[in-house]
Design a binder for this molecule. Structure first.
Ligand SMILES: *[C@@H]1O[C@H](CO)[C@@H](O)[C@H](O)[C@H]1NC(C)=O
Ligand SMILES: *[C@@H]1O[C@H](CO)[C@@H](O)[C@H](O)[C@H]1NC(C)=O
Ligand SMILES: *[C@@H]1O[C@H](CO)[C@@H](O)[C@H](O)[C@H]1NC(C)=O
Ligand SMILES: *[C@@H]1O[C@H](CO)[C@@H](O)[C@H](O)[C@H]1NC(C)=O
Length: 519
């Protein structure tokens, strides 16, 4: 009997769940994170439907991929936008952080709207045969997709591909206090001085007003027009946009305390940074293995990531880098997406680089990177010091954290950055403190209760088995901002003082008014 119960419980626990994973952004780095969510769930015996722009050719049992690349292409054409052109390296030199503008929210909203109103997505939502136990969605500056969880009546799990920041935390907790936390795109570094605190407060205020007054009404509009009719078809009640937006069970952050500055988090926010990394590095190609093994003076690896491409540099920048690298005695592996002639012999260009395997090689001296979150995480996973050339988005804050932590040096992207870059490379080669720090942080990175891959699966299962993990929710969600700021108390106080003064004045009229002129 007991054995039977035990077996039943065991079987019950091993039930596969069906999970919808939505990573709509058509950027390879975002896709890597989405695909890893899917892969880790699949490996734990769950079934996954993955919505992505880059479906794998290889078929997997229990994985259904829904290709959304056509949406992005079409929508760009219709809206006369070309993100590929805008994100070319040569077009980003000397520009203000591309995504740190209010109009960026429009773009994020637009992108989500395109995906949501496309037939492929609508058909999935309307299909009454589709049932999911949980919905895992990338949050990227739009909350429109919260309705997907409502359609399927399943717990909503947000994934943020960056460090914690107030705009995403606001969905599960409250706006983080700007006296000690900075905006994602801020240029300040805590601890903040008087002026910096004012700047941070202004950042939050400006964006909050814009989001509340401009973006949210747009989102609400699309939300109502898309989800309400689908709800009727599926016979489920779709709550208001606010109720859906602030009803996430968990928020998973692609970050870890070893690479980020500390952040105050509510109980349903989990940092699972590193979950996309292969547990065992794949072997290098024969060419690269030989090159790295035999590099007498060590190897420097240079890649601007998957979204930015080295081939889109200006000729001047490319040539000055080639010249600078040729003067080093180290071997350089440069991810460069096209063929070049007359490449100096210590430089090896490759159109595609197996980054994790290169970082794992013991002969690697440093990694020159754009400072993307995947790259900095992988560098720390393998304990490699970095030189960063941040370009846009979270790359600036990632690099500032790397500098603050002591495992990297940041260089400003510019046409004539070679001097600064050489100095940074020499500093990392000659001053062992960066390498030692990277090793130390790497140990911290690996010192966890369980691997981030297991943690990811654990928390998704947790949200399902506890029917939404309601007990972990922050009480701050239910308290309106005016109460948090005690504006009601202040108002009451002012009112009481006012009344008391009136009463006082009535009881004890001022002498002056009674003064009789004595002549
Ligand atoms: C596929 O998913 C089902 C549950 O939906 C599960 O029982 C089965 O073990 C999975 N198969 C594999 C190969 O993971
Ligand atoms: C919020 O989420 C929980 C757990 O997924 C669900 O049971 C509940 O119905 C949701 N509430 C609203 C208003 O959507
Ligand atoms: C819709 O749901 C309600 C309440 O859950 C139920 O009473 C009703 O029969 C359902 N209608 C259909 C058509 O399934
Ligand atoms: C090495 O770098 C660290 C961190 O920037 C610095 O504190 C230290 O003084 C440097 N050491 C030398 C010998 O320059």
């Amino acid at each position: 009997m007991i054995l039977a119960l035990f077996v039943c419980a065991f079987i019950g626990l091993n039930n596969g769940f069906r999970v919808l994973v939505v990573f709509p952004l058509c950027a390879p780095s975002h896709h890597i994170l989405g695909r890893s969510v899917a892969t880790n769930l699949l490996e734990s015996g769950h079934e996954v439907v993955l919505i992505t722009c880059f479906p794998d050719k290889e078929k997997k049992i229990n994985l259904t991929q829904i290709d959304q690349s056509h949406v992005f292409e079409l929508a760009q054409k219709r809206n006369n936008k070309n993100f590929e052109e805008e994100f070319k390296l040569k077009n980003l030199v000397g520009r203000k952080n591309y995504v740190d503008s209010l109009s960026f929210y429009y773009i994020a909203h637009d992108i989500h709207k395109w995906f949501l109103t496309d037939d492929v997505m609508l058909n999935l939502l309307i299909d009454t045969q589709q049932h999911f136990d949980a919905v895992v969605i990338e949050w990227f500056f739009s909350t429109l997709f919260a309705g997907i969880a409502q359609v399927f009546q399943a717990p909503l799990i947000w994934v943020s591909t960056t460090e914690a920041h107030w705009q995403v935390l606001k969905l599960v907790d409250e706006i983080s206090n700007p006296t000690y936390t900075i905006d994602m795109f801020s240029e300040n570094n805590p601890p903040l001085n008087f002026l910096e605190r004012a700047v941070e407060l202004w950042n939050v205020f400006k964006k909050y007003i814009f989001l509340t007054c401009i973006v949210e009404p747009l989102e609400k509009n699309v939300y109502n027009s898309v989800y309400k009719p689908i709800g009727e078809k599926r016979n489920v009640t779709i709550p208001s946009f606010e109720d859906a937006a602030y009803n996430a069970s968990l928020l998973l952050l692609n970050s870890h305390s070893s690479i980020a500055l500390p952040f105050k988090l509510p109980q349903n926010v989990k940092s699972i940074g590193g979950y996309h990394i292969d547990i065992k590095s794949k072997p290098l190609s024969q060419d690269l293995q030989k090159l790295m093994d035999e590099a007498k003076h060590g190897v420097i690896y240079f890649s601007m990531g998957l979204n930015l491409k080295s081939k889109d540099m200006t000729d001047n920048m490319r040539d000055s880098l080639l010249k600078m690298f040729s003067e080093l005695k180290e071997t350089i592996i440069w991810k460069f997406e096209r063929d070049l002639e007359n490449v100096p012999k210590n430089i090896y260009l490759t159109k595609w680089a197996p980054q994790q395997s290169i970082l794992a090689h013991p002969n690697l001296k440093m990694f020159i990177t754009h400072g993307g979150q995947l790259s900095t995480t992988e560098a720390i996973h393998h304990g490699v010091p970095i030189v960063g050339i941040p370009v846009f988005g979270d790359q600036h804050i990632n690099m500032r954290n790397a500098v603050e932590k002591g495992f990297g040096i940041a260089v400003d992207l510019s046409e004539d950055m070679v001097g600064e870059l050489t100095a940074a490379i020499q500093e990392i080669l000659n001053n062992l403190s960066y390498k030692n720090k990277a090793k130390e942080l790497s140990a911290l990175f690996h010192y966890r209760q369980m691997t981030p891959q297991k943690e990811l699966v654990h928390w998704v299962e947790y949200a399902i088995r506890t029917r939404g993990a309601l007990h972990l929710r922050s009480p701050a969600l239910n308290v309106p901002l005016y109460q948090k700021l005690y504006l009601d108390l202040l108002l009451t106080f002012v009112f009481v003082i006012y009344v008391l003064r009136k009463v006082f004045n009535m009881l004890f009229p001022k002498k002056s008014s009674l003064k009789v002129k004595i002549s």
